[in-house]
Design a protein around this ligand. Structure first.
Ligand code: KG4
Ligand code: ZN
Length: 387
């Protein structure tokens, strides 16, 4: 089965095509095409993601990315004679894409000229995320579904982060626990079986990625701050100099008797500590990045360990953009090796930890895209939860 997937929930525009087989028991994915446009440069100057700029960039980039992905997958054959869309289709496409800027014009000019590709369905992120951004992807997917007469399926972005683990060589066995750490989410999810989710704890305020980004901004580091903090902390960890600990940040909710997280206080503690200093030297930045990363990691490890002991899963998955962090990855590997050697740890490779469309394609396959034709009236839901 070939699945086309589209992801536009935040500031990455991504399009993928996978060939999937093996069913839900032994899924096996072959990547036929995978394209991603990162909007970092657009949002960098403004210090964070601006929803309307994200929406505009998605609508400008979806058609080129799709054509690129189809070409890679060898599925973008043009008609031998120039072909335009039938008037009825054109009208409907224009209606579906009426709020998406120039997307309808680009869509009609470029996509009516190619033959319907041999795909079995389209998977698209419908939430959670920035609604204006989500809508672009959804409407694009709906217009494609109409043009090519294919089923389209809405996918939960967080389910995508969990199922990106299916691209790794290790088998996903149940029950499983997932720690999701991204720009908008921090949650521990228990999975009794495939596609069943129970959120056992989440952040009560900021998400961990959000805290990374805000702390980075306080230290005058460019957006997105997570990788910047990670780089500084790593430099400090590896260097022999500058090891004396001068900052001590709190480890919020470390001892609370639940699986909740809180990162707003930690972020504020960084702010107050920095305010007391006369200047923000490279040395201060490096040490603060290290202590912040250490504090976050300790909280994530402690809470996850508590959940592992209580739920006794066979697999632990770490997903979401923050799981690209080297120290967090290494710390979890160490924890599992030392204290839970029978648990299989799956942390997707870095390009699959951060936002991408492959994970949406995998989720589309697991939800079995072919079984039912989903009505085209599904909506974007910025606050969609796992259920
Ligand atoms: O999953 P993701 O790509 O997008 C959302 O769904 O939110 O996660 C983005 C978040 C950002 O906050 C970014 O700063 C953070 O992941 N991030 C990192 C690293 N790489 C990305 N945080 C810490 N260390 C990293 N290496
Ligand atoms: Zn994400």
């Amino acid at each position: 089965m070939k699945i086309l997937a589209i992801e536009t929930s935040c500031d990455e525009t991504a399009v993928s095509i996978i060939e999937a087989k093996g069913g839900t028991k032994k899924p096996l994915f072959k990547v036929l095409g995978n394209s991603l446009f990162s909007q970092t440069k657009i949002h960098e100057a403004l210090g964070g993601v601006v929803p309307n700029l994200a929406k505009r960039a998605h609508s400008q980039n979806l058609v080129p990315l799709l054509l690129q992905t189809l070409a890679k997958a060898n599925l973008g054959k043009k008609y031998s004679r120039t072909k335009t869309c039938p008037i009825a289709v054109e009208k409907k496409v224009k209606k579906i894409l009426e709020r998406e800027g120039d997307l309808a014009t680009q869509f009609l000019a470029e996509l009516c000229a190619i033959k319907p590709p041999a795909i079995d369905g389209i998977a698209v992120t419908s939430g959670p995320g920035l609604e204006p951004a989500l809508w672009v992807g959804i409407n694009f997917a709906k217009a494609l579904a109409l043009l090519w007469n294919k089923p389209v399926m809405p996918i939960n972005h967080m389910e995508g982060h969990i199922l990106s683990s299916l691209f790794e060589k290790k088998q996903l066995t149940f029950p499983a626990l997932a720690l999701l750490i991204s720009g908008g989410h921090t949650e521990l999810v228990y999975m009794k079986e495939l596609l069943s989710y129970k959120v056992i704890g989440a952040t009560v305020d900021d998400a961990v990625g959000e805290a990374f980004d805000k702390v980075a901004r306080m230290m005058e580091l460019p957006y997105p701050g997570g990788p910047q903090i990670s780089k500084l902390a790593e430099e400090n960890r590896l260097s022999k100099r500058n090891q004396e600990k001068v900052f001590t940040l709190p480890r919020p909710m470390l001892k609370s008797n639940d699986y909740k997280f809180s990162f707003a206080g930690l972020k504020t503690a960084v702010l107050y500590t920095l305010r007391k200093l006369p200047t923000l030297t490279p040395e201060v930045k490096e040490k603060m990045a290290r202590e912040f990363e250490d504090a976050v990691t300790e909280v994530l490890l402690t809470k996850t360990k508590k959940a592992l002991l209580a739920y006794n899963p066979k697999t632990l998955i770490i997903g979401g953009g923050v799981s690209a962090n080297t120290h967090i990855r290494n710390s979890f590997e160490m924890l599992i090796k030392k204290e839970f050697p029978t648990i299989s740890l799956i942390i997707p490779e870095r390009s699959l930890s951060t936002d991408n469309a492959l994970m949406i394609a995998a989720a589309g396959y697991m939800r079995n895209i072919l079984k039912k034709k989903i009505p085209l009236n599904f909506k974007a839901n910025g606050n969609l939860t796992l259920s």
